[in-house]
Unconditional design. Structure first.
Ligand code: IPE
Ligand code: IPE
Ligand code: MG
Length: 294
């Protein structure tokens, strides 16, 4: 994951290493999600162009991925651009698309490094709303990293959680129509597996806003929610460590709730479990096939 950042840019001081060592004595979240908010307020504060705020946001992202890698966090999900964000001015949307274009192309060029670090990238959202060339870059990125299996980076673009859930319902209907599952197999567990993104342990939102803005509504049902009073480009390693520390403080109650949910929703009928697993495998193959076709 930290392969997005150049090694020398991220040499850590002894006290950063010391603190990360202490955090690693406790439970480390498997999956952390970020709502990277506050780029424009940062730009206004620094009296620079909006796009400069977004650029600084991308730089912060590379830095943050390195922090996650250092803690051995195996899955990171980012809210990069919501479907609602298309309602912003054409100038801002175009410059954000241009920024995404150059970052995707840059990451594609560094695919060997991604392979070396085993990073699988998924770009999730209503990708058909993106400019054609950006869609192609997104599918190429997914295709060339799909066999990497050490850690996962999910980038939500043109995303809303409600759309992701609606898509899961459509996919379940497809499974029913193709006889892969039966009506009686429909359960919370099946629905959860049909979503593209799995449950998160910690969800961080910067910029002081206390809302989810249609991000991971299902997957955050028992997450530790960390609302930080800092603009995304200003996020420091201390803010991040603070969120992880708070998760560790609440770990017991979070796990208790996660286990209770798993027990309540676990399927007991073995043939139903078998059908569910076959269906999910077919669904993943269908999604992967789409990335291959473009
Ligand atoms: C988040 O920062 C980045 C995107 C939504 C693309 P904003 O652009 O929302 O910045 P603020 O929240 O208006 O400061
Ligand atoms: C949420 O931020 C989306 C991203 C960070 C990409 P917004 O700034 O778009 O959200 P609202 O409009 O304040 O809820
Ligand atoms: Mg915002």
């Amino acid at each position: 994951m930290g392969s997005f950042a150049k090694e020398k840019e991220f040499e850590r001081s002894w006290w950063e290493k010391y603190l990360s060592g202490i955090l690693q004595q406790g439970p480390i979240p498997n999956h952390v999600a970020f709502i990277m908010d506050g780029n424009r307020r940062f730009a206004a504060k620094k009296h620079v162009e909006r796009i400069e705020g977004h650029r600084k946001g991308f730089d912060k992202l590379a830095e943050m991925l390195r922090w996650c890698q250092d803690l051995d966090i195996s899955e990171v999900t980012l809210y990069a651009f919501s479907a609602e964000n298309f309602k912003r001015s054409k100038e801002e949307v175009d410059s954000l698309m241009e920024l995404a274009r150059s970052k995707f192309a840059q990451i594609l060029e560094e695919q060997d490094r991604l392979k070396e670090h085993g990073v699988r990238i998924s770009i999730i959202g209503e990708l058909h709303l993106l400019p054609q060339d950006l869609q192609e870059l997104a599918y190429k990125l997914m295709e060339c990293t799909r066999n990497n299996n050490k850690c996962r980076l999910n980038v939500c673009v043109a995303y809303t959680s409600r759309h992701e859930m609606t898509q899961a319902v459509r996919d379940i209907t497809w499974g029913l129509e193709h006889g892969l599952i039966e009506k009686s197999d429909i359960s919370e567990q099946l629905f959860e597996k049909a979503l593209q993104i799995s449950s998160v342990d910690v969800l961080v939102r910067t910029s002081g806003e206390i809302r989810l803005s249609d991000f991971l509504l299902w997957q955050s049902s028992s997450s530790y929610l960390s609302f930080l009073n800092v603009l995304w480009p200003e996020l420091t390693i201390w803010d991040f460590y603070w969120s992880v520390l708070q998760y560790q403080r609440c770990y017991k109650s979070i796990k208790k709730q996660q286990i209770a949910t798993e027990l309540n929703t676990a399927l007991t009928d073995t043939s139903s479990v078998k059908r569910m697993n076959n269906f999910i495998n077919s669904l993943c193959a269908k999604r992967d096939c789409f990335t291959e076709c473009v």
